[in-house]
Design a binder for this molecule. Structure first.
Ligand code: RIB
Ligand code: CA
Length: 330
């Protein structure tokens, strides 16, 4: 079965790795990509996203510009991680194509309503890989569109650790209110949610030697791009390998068996002196007496990824971006 998917991205080095996989894997039908400010400004995100899709030979996929900033706070970019242009400063030729005329949230609404009107196999799996601003706006503005969703698989949060702060993962930290709205709305609207967070994010890795082999393919195609993104990440973190990052969440849709998840209640910390933006994942044993807990159980119960078969997902990503599924394009 070919699964219809939409990626919501803040491209972003590892969002680019996710786009390379989603645009090239035959089990996925990438219907659109919506953009949100996060790692870089939303205009750079749109440009970076178009660059990746163009390089993949997929300029047909609509790209829409979405929220410039979080719901409450000013944007806080991560160019120190992703480069001045937000995507590794590769000097790649940028296609001169305008984005879809609709706002990202309107494009999502249209696609989801259309999917809801068709048979259930056409419901869309939505992969938010950046701050959840667009998705929160969608769910609050047009909750009926949720009927077109099969599932939300988002990169964000963590049960154990943070990266933007000691407590919080970047995507949730960047717009905590949006993340809280999405979890709450999904619970209300009956949309299943899987959380691909930092507990697994760093465990799917590709070595620098393999990255160099991809770069050596040359030709400024998707294979070379994949290699250059990995090389950039290795250099940035002075490591002999790099995570494929957000691309792991795409792997989770293609190959759910590679991931161990548990259904757990999740809340987003919206205040907290040191913990704003943390996902509070409730792993307590509910057999005990919890009547003293003033908060009760979180209404949002999420499939939280706790372990991943990193080698399996790295192979899936590599074999797809290296063209084993679509050899004719190489
Ligand atoms: O925190 C991980 C997130 O930050 C990912 O979505 C990735 O894009 C990185 O910048
Ligand atoms: Ca991202």
């Amino acid at each position: 079965m070919v699964r219809p998917v939409v990626l919501d991205v803040d491209t972003g080095v590892d969002d680019a790795m996710a786009l390379l996989l989603a645009a090239r894997h035959p089990a996925l039908d990438l219907r659109a990509v919506t953009c949100v400010g996060g790692n870089a400004s939303v205009d750079d995100v749109v440009s970076n996203t178009a660059l990746v899709l163009h390089t993949c030979g997929r300029p047909d996929i609509p790209v829409a510009r979405g929220a410039e900033r979080p719901l409450l706070e000013p944007p806080q970019e991560a160019r120190h991680v992703h480069g001045r242009d937000g995507m590794a400063d590769l000097g790649w030729v940028r296609p001169d194509v305008p984005p879809d005329p609709r706002h990202a949230v309107e494009l999502l609404r249209d696609l989801l309503r259309e999917a809801a009107a068709r048979d259930p196999s056409q419901r869309i799996t939505l992969l938010p890989l950046g701050p959840l601003t667009n998705i929160a706006l969608l769910m609050r503005t047009w909750p009926d569109a949720a009927a077109g969703l099969a599932e939300i698989v988002f990169m964000g949060g963590a049960a154990q650790t943070g990266n933007a702060t000691a407590s919080a993962e970047f995507n949730v930290w960047h717009d905590p209110e949006a993340a809280a709205i999405v979890l709450e709305s999904a619970a209300e609207l009956g949309v299943p949610v899987r959380m691909y967070g930092l507990d697994v994010f760093y465990d799917v890795r590709v070595g620098l030697d393999r990255a160099r082999e991809l770069v050596a393919v040359g030709g400024r195609g998707p294979v070379e791009l994949a290699g250059r993104l990995l090389e950039f990440s290795c250099a940035r973190f002075q490591a002999a390998d790099a995570t494929i990052g957000d691309a792991g969440a795409v792997c989770a849709v293609i190959d759910p068996e590679g991931l161990s998840t548990r259904r757990l209640p999740v809340r987003v910390e919206l205040t907290g002196t040191w913990s704003r933006g943390r996902t509070v994942v409730d792993r307590r044993d509910w057999a005990g007496d919890l009547s003293h807990d003033p908060h009760g159980v979180a209404p949002a119960v999420v499939e939280v990824a706790l372990e991943v078969d990193g080698g399996r997902y790295a192979d899936l990503w590599l074999s797809t971006v290296a063209g084993e599924h679509r050899v004719a394009e190489q």
